[in-house]
Structure formats: structure tokens, C-alpha cells
Design a protein around this ligand. Structure first.
Ligand code: G3P
Length: 217
């Protein structure tokens, strides 16, 4: 499973990328706005920090504008993935990007039927938003399993990128449901390392080791 960070915070990205466990990055207009930075500059900086896929989202709502913006974004770096909303215009643009060899991440997916259309349009990635479905009382994780079944039935190449992740449990559940990737907020990514029993067990190991008075070196 590929693990992406859902962030534009380059300081936090550098820190977590140092673990060697960050496979890519996703951004969206809200994260760009929150950064307070120029979009093209922060995306270029992110592409220099991680070698894996970096999703940068178009802002236009109609196909022609999406194509113009996406081509400009794709020119920033070879690892750019153009993020496109799951709309009629977005899927028309996705088909054209696929024909041009530009990687795409179709975002704001909330149903299996939407995901089916995105795969047929040649999307490189599909981003089903688990947390936002949970927020409205739906079973977000069920959508991952549904998309997995459909994509396997028809051997679609589109990769399932579990998004709107709210907890380490979401990451594990998405992996069990067969997602290819998960894009994770930095605080949730940092929480993946931790478990209270690990902390407690380590403290006991270190106390017992110290009592031996030994040194390995
Ligand atoms: O960036 C895509 C997605 O992960 C954002 O989800 O619900 O955290 O805004 P959310």
C-alpha cells in the first residue's frame, strides 16, 4: 500500500519524509489556501522533497480551463499528478489527460458509480472521501470495498487512493478493503507509529536492561 501525506506544510513533510515511509503527497485548494503560499511555488517545493506522486488540483470548473491548468501543473515536475473533480467536465478532461500521458487523480468521489466512470475515463487514481461520508452517517469504508470489487471485476488500472482519512484505524481498514494508496493528514500519519502498549513495553524493556548494568557496545 502506498502512503501519501495530505498536506502543503513543507516543514512537516520534510520531517515525515525522512522516515522513508512517505510515498507521495496530495494537495487540494483548501490546503493551498491554508498554506498562505503561491500554489505553483509550494507544489514545486513539494516535488523537490518527495520523488513519488504529487497531486495538484485544477481550479477551473470547465473542461477547457481544466486542460489548460492541468498542462501547466504537469509541466512543474515529472511526478505531478493532476487532480480533477469528479464532474462531467472533469471526466472529459481526464480522458484527454490520459491520451496525453498526464497522470490524473479524480477527486471528491462519493459513490461506486462515480468511481466506475472515473476508471472508464482512464483516471490514474480515484479518491473516495471516507471521512466525509462518515461525517454524514454513511459507511465510508464500504465504498472502498465496492470500488475494489468493481475495479477487479473489469481489471481497471485506476488505483484506489483512500482519502479524507481521519484515524490510524481508517488506514488499516482501507488497506484491508484493498485500497492501493491512502492519503493521510500529518497528525494521523505520526499517530500510525504509536500504541500505548508499545510505549509501556519499551519502558519495561529499558528498565530491565538498565538493571543488568550491561552495554552492547
Ligand atoms: O485532499 C483530499 C482529501 O483527503 C481531503 O479530505 O475531508 O480531510 O478535507 P478532508
Amino acid at each position: 500500500m502506498q502512503l501519501f501525506l495530505d498536506t502543503t506544510d513543507t516543514a512537516v513533510l520534510k520531517d515525515l519524509a525522512a522516515t522513508g515511509l512517505v510515498d507521495g503527497v496530495t494537495t487540494n485548494p483548501t490546503l493551498i489556501a491554508r498554506s498562505g503560499r503561491n500554489m505553483l511555488e509550494v507544489i514545486a517545493e513539494i516535488c523537490g522533497i518527495v520523488g513519488g506522486p504529487v497531486s495538484a488540483e485544477v481550479a477551473s470548473m470547465e473542461t477547457a480551463g481544466m486542460l489548460a491548468e492541468g498542462r501547466k501543473l504537469a509541466a512543474i515536475a515529472p511526478n505531478i499528478v493532476v487532480k480533477v473533480p469528479l464532474t462531467r467536465d472533469g471526466l472529459i478532461a481526464t480522458r484527454e489527460f490520459a491520451a496525453e500521458g498526464i497522470q490524473t487523480n479524480v477527486t471528491l468521489c462519493f459513490s461506486a458509480s462515480q468511481a466506475l466512470l472515473a476508471a472508464k475515463a482512464g483516471a490514474s487514481y480515484i479518491s473516495p472521501f471516507i471521512g466525509r461520508l462518515d461525517d454524514v452517517g454513511a459507511a465510508g469504508m464500504d465504498l472502498i470495498a465496492e470500488i475494489r470489487a468493481i475495479y477487479d471485476n473489469y481489471d481497471f488500472d485506476t488505483e484506489i487512493l483512500a482519502a479524507s482519512i481521519r484515524s490510524p484505524a481508517h488506514v488499516a481498514q482501507a488497506a484491508m478493503a484493498g485500497a492501493d494508496c491512502a492519503t493521510i493528514p500529518p497528525d494521523v500519519f505520526a499517530a500510525l507509529f504509536k500504541h500505548p502498549l508499545t510505549e509501556r513495553g519499551l519502558q519495561q524493556f529499558m528498565a530491565d536492561w538498565k538493571a543488568t548494568g550491561q552495554s552492547i557496545l
